[in-house]
Design a binder for this molecule. Structure first.
Ligand code: BEZ
Length: 438
């Protein structure tokens, strides 16, 4: 673009003329242009075209091979952008829903995202971030308080900052500059980190919460108590606990699960079990089906103890010694048979009674209850179980390889775990149930 200032001035004038006051900040525009210039041959996504001010800055520094998709649902504003930028065939203007555009783009294919509207920022965040390549950049602005914020918007902003900050796949910098810019770079993460889809999870694994009601009983929450739910998932059990009149705060490493939990009205934050950001705050710590994901069990127990008030209790259930042995052994057999799948890494922690009792006692807990409970668990599809729970350890497999793994694991396990008469899988769950006090 030859004369960026001329284009910007013309767009600003026309935007004001139609009474639209949310024009982008010029500092942010220059900042976007500087970043985009670092990405030759880039695939760029702008969520929220508006009248095209940021679009103009992005286009200004894009090289000839780069391509920008920009979307907005306000046709009137986009028509201004198109008037000044429509002849640029590197730009694909869309009028419609950001969510639909996000859904149509391939994962790990985008080098740069500027999210300046709701989808891809305050909702559909996970879906948008999935599109970014490693090394890709995600930018948002308007994160500093502004007079035109609707009531309660500050809470949404704080929650978004917290979620971005806690993500292991992003390096984030928050700047008290211009309108409040946040810039994140996507980084390679531990390949085994499981991805959670709250809808899939609640559809196929409702048993996780239903079968956990005895632990809620063991917790015996009381009105006025504060309970921390470690690995709160979609909040189903937190809702159950709150029926007692106790107040629950949930923590989970998955931002999707934290969002789902908040949607049920439960206070929840993204936080790891080994680094709980609360000290001396809770009457009880509760955890169901989460602690077997935490290999650093000592770190988790220390962190849980720190979060408890003096006299507080820790009540939990998770996979214990022998849990899902048939399935996990079968996964290992399949990985060994296919060296091209890479190395199998058992990421789960299934301790024995003695091992966990020692851990609790060594960390100052009095163990009031500890037992290992075999709990054969019906599941319609073992392949679906693998989709939900083994996607992390299979992250390096191609979709075809993952399908092969699922078929071969089913084949190996079917004699032991498939009930032909009832046409159902009975998975060999074993639970470790504990109660400790300090
Ligand atoms: C469990 O709940 O026991 C479990 C879940 C995922 C992987 C392994 C075990």
């Amino acid at each position: 673009m030859k004369n960026i200032n001329k284009t910007i001035n013309a767009i600003v004038k026309e935007t004001k003329a139609i009474g639209f006051d949310q024009t982008s900040d010029a500092l942010v525009g220059r900042f976007l242009a500087t970043l985009v210039a670092s990405k030759p041959d880039a695939k760029i996504l702008e969520l929220g075209t508006g009248s095209g001010l940021s679009t103009a800055w992005i286009a200004h520094s894009m090289d000839t091979k780069s391509h920008l998709i920009t979307v907005d649902n306000d046709e009137r504003l986009v028509s201004i952008a198109k008037k000044y930028l429509g002849s640029d065939n590197r730009i694909d203007f869309r009028v419609g829903l950001g969510e639909e555009v996000i859904d149509e783009i391939k994962e790990n294919s985008i080098d740069f995202i500027f999210a300046d509207t709701w989808p891809g920022k305050y909702h559909y965040l996970e879906e948008a971030l999935r599109l970014l390549k490693v090394g890709g950049i995600y930018v948002i602005d308007d994160m500093l308080p502004q007079p035109n914020w609707p009531e309660g918007h500050d809470k949404k902003v704080d929650a978004l900052i917290e979620i971005l900050n806690a993500r292991e796949d992003l390096h984030m910098t928050q700047m008290d500059w211009a309108t409040g810019v946040i810039i994140c770079t996507k980084i390679e993460t531990d390949k085994e980190t499981n991805q959670w889809n709250p809808k899939e999870y609640s559809t196929h694994t409702a048993f996780v919460s239903q079968l956990a009601l005895p632990i809620v009983e063991l917790l015996n929450p009381k009105k006025g108590e504060r309970v921390l739910d470690v690995g709160c998932g979609d909040g189903t059990l937190a809702v159950e606990i709150q029926k007692s009149g106790a107040k629950v705060v949930g923590i989970d490493l998955s931002s999707q699960m934290v969002e789902a939990c908040r949607a049920k009205g439960i206070e929840a934050v993204v936080c790891s079990a080994t680094n709980i950001a609360f000290v001396n705050e809770f009457d009880a710590v509760f955890s169901n089906a989460a602690l077997h994901w935490v290999k650093d069990a000592k770190g988790a127990v220390e962190s849980i103890k720190r979060a408890l008030k003096h006299g507080g209790r820790f009540v939990a259930e998770f996979g214990g010694e022998g849990n899902m042995k048939s399935v996990i052994d079968a996964i290992e057999v399949v990985f060994t048979k296919h060296p091209e799948f890479g190395e199998f890494n058992n990421i789960w922690y299934f301790p024995s009674v003695d091992e966990y009792k020692k851990l609790l006692v060594d960390n100052g807990f009095k163990v009031e209850h500890i037992e290992l409970i075999p709990r054969p668990t019906p599941m319609n599809s073992l392949a679906k179980w693998l989709d939900i729970f083994a996607n992390g350890i299979c992250k390096n497999l191609t979709p075809f390889q993952f399908d092969t793994l699922k078929q071969e694991v089913e084949e190996i396990c079917k004699d032991r775990l498939f009930d032909k008469n009832k046409n159902i899988w009975i998975l060999d769950y074993v639970r470790l149930r504990i109660k400790g006090t300090i």
